[in-house]
Write a protein that binds this ligand. Structure first.
Ligand SMILES: [Zn+2]
Length: 476
C-alpha cells in the first residue's frame, strides 16, 4: 500500500460525540461535517493540549481535511503535524498548516484590489453617523498580527456594535478562521467575513466561513458599493442557504441587520439550526402520524396496526442490523419487533412531550395525575417486555427536562433491577440506533452536540437544572 493512501479510519471525539468512523464522516451532509471541522479548529485554537478528536490508534489530535474531487468535497481525517509518525494511520508528508498558510498568503498580502476594497469599505462605514471610530489594518490583535496576516477594517458603530470586517478574496485557511472567531468573540467584536464574489463551486475555505456564519455569506461588489454610497452607510449583499445546496435570492443588508449576540458569528438569519432541527423531526413525524391513526383504528392495541408498516420498512432500510434483530426478536420472544418498537416509540414520545409541556402527556398506558410519567415508566420497566431497554430509557430521561425523575427511589430501584436481570440494549444495538434516528436531539451524540454548540438544544431535551441543596441531601 502506498503511503498516501493511508488514512485514519476512526476518530474518537470528546463525549457526547464519541467514535466517528471515516465512513460515517463521509456519509454526513456537508453541514454536519463542516460543523465538526469548525469545532475541531476552534478547540485547537482554544487549547492545543485537548484536541476535540483523536486518532483511535495513536491518540494524537486529528482534524478534518477536505479533498476536492470531481464529485465535490470529501472530508477526511488527518493527523496534526506533531503527530507520531510511527502511527500506522499516519498519512505521510502532508503539508504542515503553517507552510500551507505561508504559500497561500504570499502574494495576496499586497494585493492592490484588497487594499482598495478595505479602504472603500472603511470610508463607507465612516459615512454612517452612528460610526464613532474606524481603522484599517491597525486593529490590535497581537498574536495573530505577528504572523503577518491580511488587513481588515475595524468599525465601532456605537449602539449597533463593534465590527471586524474581514475582506476575503482568496480562500481563507481553516485554522485562521477559527483563530479569528475565537479572538473576536473574546473581545466582544462581531466578525463579518466579506467576499468579493461567490464562486461556484466554492472552495472549502469559503464553506468554512459560511458554516461559522450559520449559512450566511456576505458579498461586497460594485453593485453594493453603489447602493452603499446612495444610502450613506455600508451595505452588503447577503446570501442565505436555500437548504438545497444553493442560495436564495440575495438581499441588501446594513450592519444593523446582523444578529451578533449568538457568539463567534454574525448572521442575518440562522439557516443551519433551523435545517438541523427540521432534520431531527423529519423521521419522527411519520411515526407520530402512524401512532395517531393506529390509536383511532384500534384503541386497545394500537401497536399492532398496519399503519406502522411504512415507518418500520423505512427504518429497516436505514438502520443496519434491524432486519436481523426483527428475526431474532421473533425467535426469542414470539413477538413482533415492529409492535414492540411502536410501543417503545410511544414511551419515548410520552417522555419528550411531557418534558416539553411541563405536565404529563402520555401516549401509552392510562395513568393520570401529576406523577403519571413516573407511574408509566415504573410499570413499563418492571414488566418483562421493556427490561432490556432500561439503560436506553434511563439515558433518554437523563437528557431531558424530566431528568430529576431518575432521583425517584422507585424508578431508581426498578431500573437497577432491570439492568441486573436482562441484557441491555446498548448504543450500537439496532433498536437504540432506530430510536436515535427518531430522537436525534437526545440519542445521537453528534446532533446533540451540534445543537448544544449552537445554543439550539430544545428545552425538552435539556436536563432539568440541579438544585444544589437537593444534591447535597441526596449525597448524605
Ligand atoms: Zn494516529
Amino acid at each position: 500500500m502506498s503511503r498516501h493512501q493511508r488514512t485514519i479510519l476512526i476518530a474518537d471525539f470528546e463525549l457526547p460525540r464519541g467514535a466517528v468512523p471515516i465512513e460515517q464522516l463521509m456519509d454526513m451532509p456537508r453541514a454536519g461535517w463542516g460543523h465538526l471541522r469548525s469545532q475541531i479548529n476552534v478547540r485547537r485554537r482554544e487549547d492545543r493540549s485537548k484536541p476535540l478528536a483523536r486518532c483511535r490508534i495513536c491518540e494524537g489530535g486529528v482534524f478534518i481535511r477536505v479533498q476536492a474531487t470531481r464529485d465535490g468535497h470529501i472530508p477526511m481525517y488527518a493527523h496534526y503535524p506533531e503527530a507520531d509518525r510511527q502511527c500506522p494511520w499516519y498519512e505521510g508528508n502532508n503539508l504542515r498548516p503553517d507552510d500551507t498558510r505561508a504559500a497561500q498568503y504570499q502574494g495576496h498580502q499586497e494585493s492592490a484590489l484588497h487594499r482598495r476594497l478595505c479602504s472603500t469599505i472603511e470610508q463607507l462605514v465612516k459615512a454612517d453617523p452612528r460610526c464613532t471610530h474606524t481603522a484599517v489594518n491597525t486593529y490590535l490583535r497581537p498574536e495573530i498580527h505577528k504572523r503577518g496576516r491580511w488587513p481588515d477594517v475595524y468599525a465601532d458603530l456605537s449602539d449597533v456594535g463593534r465590527f471586524a470586517l474581514e475582506v476575503q478574496l482568496s480562500k481563507p485557511f481553516a485554522p485562521e478562521i477559527a483563530a479569528r472567531h475565537v479572538h473576536y468573540d473574546s473581545e466582544g467584536v462581531a466578525l463579518v467575513w466579506i467576499f468579493n464574489s461567490l464562486e461556484d463551486p466554492m472552495p472549502q475555505g469559503f464553506h468554512d466561513v459560511v458554516a461559522m456564519q450559520r449559512g450566511n455569506a456576505f458579498v461586497f461588489d460594485d453593485e453594493t458599493e453603489a447602493v452603499s454610497i446612495e444610502r450613506g452607510t455600508l451595505v452588503l449583499k447577503c446570501f442565505l442557504e436555500d437548504g438545497l445546496g444553493g442560495w436564495r435570492v440575495p438581499r441588501m443588508i446594513g450592519l444593523d441587520e446582523l444578529q451578533t449576540g449568538a457568539g463567534r458569528s454574525a448572521f442575518v438569519e440562522d439557516c443551519r439550526s433551523e435545517a438541523l432541527k427540521q432534520r431531527c423531526k423529519q423521521h419522527r413525524s411519520r411515526w407520530w402520524d402512524a401512532m395517531k391513526k393506529a390509536g383511532k383504528e384500534r384503541p386497545n392495541s394500537p401497536e399492532y396496526s398496519e399503519h406502522h408498516e411504512d415507518g418500520w420498512a423505512d427504518m429497516k432500510a436505514a438502520v443496519p442490523g434491524l432486519w436481523q434483530w426483527e428475526r431474532d426478536f421473533w425467535t426469542e420472544r414470539s413477538h413482533r419487533a415492529r409492535a414492540h418498537t411502536a410501543v417503545l416509540y410511544a414511551i419515548l414520545c410520552s417522555i419528550a412531550h411531557s418534558a416539553e409541556a411541563g405536565r404529563p402527556i402520555l401516549h401509552v398506558t392510562k395513568f393520570s395525575g401529576d406523577s403519571a410519567v413516573l407511574s408509566m415508566l415504573n410499570s413499563k420497566l418492571s414488566g418483562a417486555d421493556f427490561k432490556h431497554c432500561a439503560s436506553l430509557i434511563e439515558t433518554f430521561v437523563r437528557a431531558t427536562a424530566l431528568s430529576d425523575l431518575l432521583e425517584k427511589p422507585s424508578l431508581k430501584r426498578i431500573i437497577a433491577e432491570a439492568q441486573a436481570t436482562d441484557t441491555q440494549v446498548k448504543e450500537d444495538h439496532p433498536l437504540w440506533r432506530a430510536m436515535a434516528r427518531l430522537f436525534p436531539e437526545v440519542l445521537d451524540g453528534l446532533v446533540r452536540a451540534e445543537l448544544d454548540d449552537l445554543g439550539q438544544l430544545p428545552c425538552w431535551a435539556s436536563p432539568s437544572p440541579k438544585e444544589p441543596i437537593a444534591d447535597l441531601a441526596a449525597a448524605q
